[in-house]
Design a binder for this molecule. Structure first.
Ligand SMILES: CC(C)(COP(=O)(O)OP(=O)(O)OC[C@H]1O[C@@H](n2cnc3c(N)ncnc32)[C@H](O)[C@@H]1OP(=O)(O)O)[C@@H](O)C(=O)NCCC(=O)NCCS
Length: 146
């Protein structure tokens, strides 16, 4: 069940005021894996674009993107608390990110099973995406690589 009318949720595009412990909780509850607060903070602070969904003084959703600002961008880490899922917030965050990413190509790596969400936004499944991973067995187990 969703917590709030969409117009009570504000999107912000900077890291100010973010409680990184709370942000890690969003990842765990979404679920999108485990993160450590310091590393999470660094990945967001080093990103070209960040997006935080705020409701009632706390962060309830987040996403980030890397970009060369000319040709290529990559979106990572879109997730929100379960009680905020399923009522358009993910679509709103993605559209806000895409409006701000000025590059002609925007890539992302969908969680297995969420491809349909991104196809609705115009994304196409790539035929030749390649990954060099420090832990290929883990990536294979999670369904990201063959
Ligand atoms: C995936 C996620 C970001 C989507 O955000 P959301 O706010 O729940 O999605 P929305 O409400 O904007 O969904 C928009 C539409 O996409 C559809 N959709 C959602 N997931 C889908 C899927 N796996 N396949 C096809 N369609 C999907 C919804 O049914 C909805 O359709 P509707 O408008 O006809 O009702 C969110 O559910 C989430 O945080 N999930 C857990 C973490 C995660 O998997 N993140 C993705 C990392 S790649």
């Amino acid at each position: 069940m969703n917590h709030a009318p969409a117009n009570d949720i504000t999107l912000r595009f900077d890291c100010s005021g973010v409680d990184w412990e709370q942000a890690c909780t969003i990842f765990e509850r979404a679920p999108l894996g485990t993160r450590k607060p310091d590393r999470l903070r660094t990945t967001f602070e080093n990103s070209a674009l960040v997006c935080f969904a705020w409701h009632g003084g706390r962060t309830v959703g987040l996403a980030r993107a890397l970009s060369d600002h000319v040709v290529q961008s990559v979106i990572y880490d879109l997730c929100m608390l379960p009680e905020y899922q399923g009522s358009g917030l993910g679509t709103r965050m993605m559209r806000a990110m895409l409006d701000r990413l000025e590059t002609p190509n925007v890539q992302l790596h969908s969680v297995p099973g969420k491809e349909g969400f991104y196809e609705r936004l115009g994304f196409c499944v790539m035929r030749t995406a390649m990954l060099l991973s420090a832990d290929p067995e883990d990536m294979r187990r999670k369904g990201y690589i063959r």
